[in-house]
Design a protein around this ligand. Structure first.
Ligand code: PLP
Length: 389
């Protein structure tokens, strides 16, 4: 069985050492030493001034919206995980969808201005698959109309934009450290901001608004995380460079092996150090995608349709037709990508896909010569220099 992703697990002995230390201290949660150590190490690793470790990536979004005091309408992308839209609604605001760019699959800044009304207070955009949005254009619009910017950077651990962590952009950025993400703490997330006021506010909010044992200065919630999750984070942080390298390698292997597939890949931002968080394939037709999905499932290889359906079709939003997002959501498939995936797994996956294309599509009958597996990584690396990605 090959799933779309597998959570990274560190050496159990390393995790056990942290667990023993928790037993000795008997300090399980509430701003414990491991939570503090993880926050410090994350700041150093990411080269970022401030962050708060919180219970998950969805709560991180909710904290961001609440801390900015947003009301009314929030402009957002229809092409993301459902938590992006849900957090807007959960905080009593209205999501207003703006269609995506057909190259990057991120919100299209050219279409944002037309969606702004007197009720608009913010833009909440997702850096889809870890590929940054057009940050400069979005900021320009936000400045012009005095809107706040929140980035859902749940896919972005390890991504840099203009040589800075992408978490450094926007009024607030949020991320998820869920077990399925590139870096994880089992469950967890973080908020990032440069503003000392917002940071203080969110720090109070994540702890019930407590400002001293008997004092409450904010409406708060329980957004804390605990020592056990921090321990997993500390173990995984030591491995994250290896994890990132491995995903990069596997992605190039995929691109190479699938060079004859009738498909496209997201156009990556130019000012980018990419984290290769996912391997999305945009098939030319939904029919071909569905046939591949089925053929892979027959071999117990499970992909995911990230992101389908378009969030603008959710039953609890004002449904809006988003031609580009709807078309992309129908044809997109994320192929398996995780650190223990092997080249022979990739050979199997890519051969199945090309076999479906070459046998089932009348235009490409029986020319199978080009689907010989890429048998070793040397071959891939030899070709890397010429790769456009
Ligand atoms: C995973 C994810 C979230 C939610 O994170 P959780 O930690 O699972 O709550 C939000 N937005 C996007 C884009 C995600 O992929």
């Amino acid at each position: 069985m090959i799933p779309v992703t597998k959570p990274f697990l560190p050496k159990i002995q390393e995790f056990e050492e942290y667990i023993h230390s928790i037993w000795e201290r008997q300090w399980l949660t509430n701003n414990g030493p491991l939570v503090n150590e993880l926050e410090l190490r994350l700041k150093n690793y990411l080269g970022i001034k401030h962050l708060l470790f919180v219970s998950n990536g969805t709560l991180a979004l909710q904290l961001a919206i609440k801390a900015l005091g947003l009301k009314g309408e929030i402009i957002t992308t229809p092409f993301s995980f459902v938590a992006t839209t849900n957090s807007i609604l959960w905080e009593g605001c209205k999501p207003v969808f703006v269609d995506i760019d057909e190259g990057t699959f991120n919100i299209d800044p050219k279409k944002i201005e037309a969606a702004i009304t007197p009720q608009t207070t913010a833009i909440l955009a997702t850096h889809v698959y870890g590929n940054p949005c057009d940050i400069d254009s979005i900021q320009e619009i936000a400045d012009k109309y005095s809107l706040k910017v929140i980035y859902d950077a749940a896919h972005c651990f390890g991504t840099k934009y203009k040589n800075k962590s992408v978490f450094a952009y926007g009024d607030i950025s949020t991320t998820s450290f869920h077990a399925t993400k590139v870096f994880h703490t089992i469950e967890g997330g973080a908020v990032f901001t440069d503003s000392p006021e917002l940071l203080k506010k969110m720090a109070l909010m994540r702890n019930f608004g407590h400002n001293g044992p008997d004092e409450f200065s904010e409406l708060g919630i329980n957004g804390k995380n605990c020592e056990f999750h921090a321990a997993m984070g500390l173990c995984n942080l030591k491995e994250v460079d290896d994890i990132l390298d491995k995903r990069r390698l596997l992605s190039f292997y995929y691109w190479k092996a699938l060079s004859t597939l009738e498909a496209k890949y997201p156009k990556l931002n130019e000012n980018l150090d990419y984290n290769y968080a996912y391997f999305p394939v945009l098939f030319d037709s939904q029919d071909l995608m569905l046939k591949c999905l089925k053929a892979l499932e027959n071999e117990k290889i499970y992909c995911r349709r990230y992101f389908y359906p378009s969030l603008s079709t959710l039953p609890f939003v004002t449904q809006t037709h988003m031609p580009i997002c709807d078309s992309i959501a129908k044809r997109i498939l994320c192929l398996p990508l995780y650190h223990t995936l092997t080249c022979s797994d990739l050979d199997l996956i890519t051969r199945i896909i090309l076999r479906v294309q070459n046998y089932d599509q009348p235009a490409h009958t029986a020319n199978l010569s080009h689907i010989t597996p890429v048998s070793n990584l040397q071959t891939v690396f030899a070709g890397l220099q010429n790769d456009a990605h």
